[in-house]
Write a protein that binds this ligand. Structure first.
Ligand code: NAP
Length: 221
């Protein structure tokens, strides 16, 4: 049994992580800004009031769980505001950068004291952050923020190697959640999280820092 700390747990992929981890008997600390009836019904530890961009709420959480060793930290919270070139909104680009790139890095930094050799840091990025894979342009804020998150993940994997802390940079697939308008072209959160947990379980010191699709494909930077 391992202890997982997850951000953005009240819905979508974060909620499904909580559901599957609880089902397999792991310990979960589910963090969110505001809980949901679905999350409450799982009967796991829920820490609400955690906004990843708010230093004070992160410090408050840090204080509450300072004695708890974290085996896996899943940085799942994210936002997507699809900015086109003709409709460029610098505030929106900055907002996405803050939530999707800067906050996961600072959040990781805040909880390093709870981690030990073998602990894992999981960054939920997107293949939209892949420069190589970009054939359709647009989505400036989202793409730029997820590219930056990939870079943070790569550096973290190098910097934390000597402490035996592992890092995975994961794309969930195109998943039917509120973020994608519950698209019918994608996979379900259940299918996505099945694959994501397989990637997390197979993370080792030798493959730390890899950018994976939930289906196991290694993605290009
Ligand atoms: N769905 C996809 O196809 C897809 C594809 C690639 C990558 N991803 C990534 O996967 C992750 C989960 O996405 P999803 O599809 O589950 O999206 P979602 O249903 O929109 O859920 C996003 C989650 O992030 C939380 N969040 C947003 N801003 C936050 C903040 N400042 N502090 C704390 N929590 C915050 C939301 O909480 P509130 O309810 O409080 O807003 C919500 O729990 C994201 O990082 C996303 O970029 C998703």
């Amino acid at each position: 049994m391992a202890t997982y700390l997850i951000t953005g747990s009240n819905r979508g992929i974060g909620l499904e992580y909580c559901r599957q981890l609880k089902e397999r008997g792991d310990e979960v600390i589910a963090t969110c800004r505001v809980s949901s009836s679905e999350l409450d019904s799982l009967e796991i530890r829920v820490e609400s009031g955690v906004d990843v961009t708010s230093g004070s709420s992160v410090l408050n959480l840090k204080d509450k769980i300072k004695e708890i060793p974290i085996d896996v930290l899943i940085q799942n919270a994210g936002i997507a505001e699809f900015n086109s070139l003709s409709d460029l909104d610098p505030e929106s680009v900055l907002r996405q950068f803050e939530v999707n790139a800067l906050s996961p890095l600072c959040f990781t930094h805040s909880f390093l004291e709870n981690m030990r050799e073998g602990s894992k840091v999981i960054l939920m990025t997107s293949r939209m952050g892949s420069i190589d894979d970009n054939t359709s342009g647009g989505s400036y804020g989202y793409r730029m923020s997820k590219s930056a998150l990939c870079m943070a993940g790569k550096s973290l994997s190098i910097d934390l190697k000597s402490r035996g802390i592992l890092v995975a940079i994961l794309h969930p697939g195109l998943v039917s959640t509120r973020m994608t308008g519950f698209t019918t072209h994608g996979i379900t959160p259940k299918e996505s999280v099945n694959g994501l947990l397989a990637r997390i379980d197979s993370l080792t010191i030798d493959n730390s820092g890899t950018f994976w699709h939930s289906n196991g494909d290694i993605l290009p930077w």
